[in-house]
Design a protein. Structure first.
Length: 80
């Protein structure tokens, strides 16, 4: 689950920076890189960022569940 969470976090950060650029300077970096707002690549990026937000919502909620509802963390110690 950790690689998925990290990937989602990176995508959400990219989306947040893009929205910051849109809000401050009316400049959509994703659209500029991938050929416009309606280009298929831009739309794919927008969808991936949206899905990443949902993944973070799900994984972050699970991380902050009450302690009695969390799965125990299992660690293995190397043999001596």
């Amino acid at each position: 689950m950790r690689p998925l969470h990290i990937t989602a976090l990176v995508l959400v950060i990219i989306g947040a920076l893009n929205w910051g650029l849109v809000g401050l300077f009316q400049f959509d970096l994703v659209a500029a890189i991938f050929g416009g707002v309606n280009s298929p690549l831009s739309r794919i990026i927008y969808v991936l960022v949206g899905l990443a937000g949902l993944v973070l919502l799900a994984t972050s909620t699970a991380m902050y569940a009450p302690a009695d509802r969390r799965r125990p963390i299992t660690t293995t110690t190397p043999p001596r």
